[in-house]
Structures are given as C-alpha cells and as structure tokens.
Design a protein around this ligand. Structure first.
Ligand code: ATP
Ligand code: MG
Length: 392
C-alpha cells in the first residue's frame, strides 16, 4: 500500500553549514542500495527531509531490508502521500490508514501535525484537534494520550500531505563517504569484520588488506576472507581487497627471530605493510579488530608494540568490547557463520607455545635487527605483488 518512505536521520542534522554534504551522501547511498532490487525509486531531498518514492511495483520487505543497511538512517517511515483535497478527504484517508494498519484499535494515540506549508487553512493545533475528533468518532475504543501514546499519527502538510505512524529503526551512524577512507586489516576471524563494519558506520569508506601465507594458508582461507569482505560490503559499499603474499616474510622472521616474539614481530610487519598500502591508496587510517587482553599479543604492552611502527591513526573500535558483544554484532551483520569456519589463519601456524605477553619494545627492535639484510626487499616485493580484488 505504501508508495513512499520518509527517511529520518539523526546526527547529520547537526552539521550546520555542511549539512547538505551529509544529506547528499545519504541520498547517494540510498540510491545505490535500492539499485540492487526490482523497482524504480526516486530519492529526493525536501526541506530537511529525504523521501523515497516508489514509481513501480516493488517488494516492500526487500526495500526495507536495503534501507536498513544504510548508515545515517535513524528511521524509515512508510508514508501515505496525499494530494490536498480538503479536510473531509484527508479525514477519510486517515481513517482508511488506521483501518488497514491497526487491526486492534484498543490503543492510545495522538495526532502530531506539522504545517510546513503555511497557506494551509488549518494550523497544526487545529489539525491535531480536528483529526483527533474524527478518529475518536470513528473508533470509540481508541483513547487520546498526549504524553505516552502507543500510536503517534504524524501529519505533515507540505505541497502534498504525508501521513505516517510507523517508524522502522535504521542503523544510525553517518552516511558513507563523509569521513574519508581507511584500510581494514581483515583476517578470517570474528573480530576484524565487525571492526570494519563499526568504522564504516561512522561514514568511513573501507579498503581491506589480508595477509595470505600460501601454502600454509589455503585458497579456502583466502576465499573465506573474500566472503567476509562481501558481507561487510553490503553495509560499507564496495571494498577493494588487497591480498598480500606474506609467506616469505613470515618464514624469514621464523628463521631469524626468537620464536616467542614471532607474533608481535609479524604483527608489526603487517601494520607497516598495511600503512604503506593505505598511503598508496589515499586511506587516512588503519582499522584492526584488536581488543585489550583478548589474546597474548593484545595485552596493552603488545598493542603498544604493534602500534609503535605506525604514524597513521589506528582505529580499534573493539578495544574495550567483550568477546560476546563482538559475537552479537557478528551475528547481526551475518559474518559470524563465515568467521567460525575452521580454516587455518597465518598467525596460528607460526604461533609459539608461549608467546611473550609483555613485549619490551627495545628487545623486539633488537631482534628485528636480525632481519636487516632481507626485510626491506621482501616488503617491497610483498607490496608490489599484491593482488587486488574488487568486492561488492
Ligand atoms: P580476528 O578475529 O579479527 O582475526 P583475532 O582475535 O584473531 O582477530 P589476532 O589474530 O591477534 O586477533 O589479530 C588482531 C588483528 O590483526 C585482527 O583483528 C586483524 O585486524 C589483524 N590481522 C590478524 N591477522 C591478519 C591477517 N592474516 N590479515 C589481515 N589482518 C590480520
Ligand atoms: Mg585472527
């Protein structure tokens, strides 16, 4: 029955003079996701509102599903769009609306009218009272409650008149592309896809890098990462995934450095390479799925040691999250099932039985001196032989 949606947005309303940039980015993203489904949708801005109009047959649930993946939307309101044919006609439409939406009329309600078009003959207050009366006449079982009504019947008088009472929650966050781009270190685990999702939610576009160590990590492990990127891309938009061949560097570290320092040193080289790729691709920050204390390399000292090699900001949105909270988000965004597939990842293969949990940066740096002969050339090769997959 609905041929239009009114899109509510929260935070972008606070951006002052730059507000239009945020609105335009939101409109762009809405158009993009709706292109994935059948139908012909017109997305337009009108005085602090975004409307989606459905010009052809479309699937309601599918359209809502798409809009519920758009960052920056706080609510999706299916609206009736009516021509102004006088109050009588409006009253009839409002009654039809209530009739078709609410099978049980034992509800409290209030009318919340807004007259954006000032030449409309009734004021907002008059509309509230008069429509309230019409509704009470038709449905004596309904009751007015102006403080905590179960139904808020919104009437917006513009060039057309819009009627809505349903607000389907959106994801919140900021529209994509309003905060530059960052490089996500994407492993096959549970955490990094969630971290990417969270940063994208703040309007940041993503590229991703995966450190692959064939033959120690299989094609299946790589495919798993591609699949995870695909899943994140449903929210974040297309992701360019850089696959770095990390085998030579890993073996070299394994050969030259103390085994209990392997993980930390390896992580430091991952960060260095990721930062270089970020710079080469105009990304402004790095994103990881690290969380304090989760594994040996993620003690505060461990994090300090990995952090020390980067000059770019490293975003760690999960830093204070408990595992279960991360899992909950992974379930919500549908990455969990893929993340728990049991394929080896490159960190688990070379991992020592008793890795250092309180690495001393000076000692780590001394160990890294053992790599001086070969590591620069290896890093260069790794960066130049990176495979790029466009994930949509
Ligand atoms: P995740 O669940 O994201 O794999 P984790 O708990 O397994 O995280 P680590 O393996 O210590 O933790 O990795 C910490 C972070 O380093 C990951 O969240 C990810 O951002 C990055 N990372 C680890 N391994 C790789 C890899 N092979 N390729 C790309 N990034 C990686
Ligand atoms: Mg991991």
């Amino acid at each position: 029955m609905f041929k239009a949606f009114l899109i509510k947005y929260a935070e972008i309303g606070t951006k002052g003079k730059n507000r239009y940039l945020f609105e335009d980015a939101l409109v762009r993203r809405i158009k993009e996701v709706l292109r994935e489904i059948q139908g012909d949708f017109l997305v337009r801005k009108e005085q602090g509102r975004i409307f989606v109009e459905c010009k052809k047959e479309y699937d309601y649930d599918e359209a809502i599903g798409c809009l519920q993946r758009v960052f920056g939307i706080s609510g999706i309101c299916p609206v009736l769009k009516l021509e102004d044919r006088g109050f009588e006609e409006l009253s009839k439409e409002v009654i039809n609306y209530i009739e078709s939406i609410y099978s049980d009329k034992h509800k409290t309600f209030k009318v919340n009218a807004r007259r954006a078009r000032k030449n409309y003959p009734k004021t907002s207050m008059e509309l509230n009272c008069d429509l309230g009366e019409v509704i009470l006449d038709e449905y004596p079982e309904m009751k007015v409650d102006v403080h905590k009504p179960e139904i808020v019947l919104n009437i917006e008088v513009r060039e057309y008149i819009y009627v809505y009472s349903i607000v389907i929650p959106g994801l919140g966050g900021m529209p994509l592309g309003t905060n530059g781009k960052s490089m996500l270190l994407l492993s096959g685990g549970i955490d990094s896809p969630v971290a990417g999702y969270m940063i994208a939610k703040r309007g940041v576009e993503l590229e991703a890098v995966y450190f692959h160590a064939p033959p120690y990590t299989s094609e299946r492990a790589k495919q798993k990462v591609v699949d995870l990127a695909k899943q994140v891309a449903r929210y974040s938009g297309p992701i360019r995934l850089h696959i770095v061949n990390f085998t030579e560097i890993q073996l070299y570290i394994y050969e030259k450095c103390p085994h209990d320092e392997l993980t930390i040193i390896m992580r430091r080289y991952m960060m260095k390479i990721a930062e270089q790729l970020a710079k080469d691709n105009n990304a402004l920050g790095l994103v990881t799925g690290e969380s304090i204390g989760q594994v040996a390399s993620q003690t505060v000292k461990g994090l300090a040691a990995t952090n020390e090699v980067c000059t770019m900001p490293v975003f760690r949105p999960l830093i204070a999250f408990d595992k279960q909270d991360i899992v909950d988000i992974a379930l919500k965004i549908d990455t969990y099932e893929t993340s728990i597939l049991p394929y080896e990842d490159c960190c688990t293969i070379f991992v020592a039985k008793h890795p250092v949990t309180k690495p001393n940066i000076n000692i780590i740096k001394r160990s890294e001196k053992n790599l001086a002969d070969g590591i620069d050339a290896m890093m260069e090769t790794a960066i130049h032989t990176t495979e790029v997959i466009e994930v949509k």
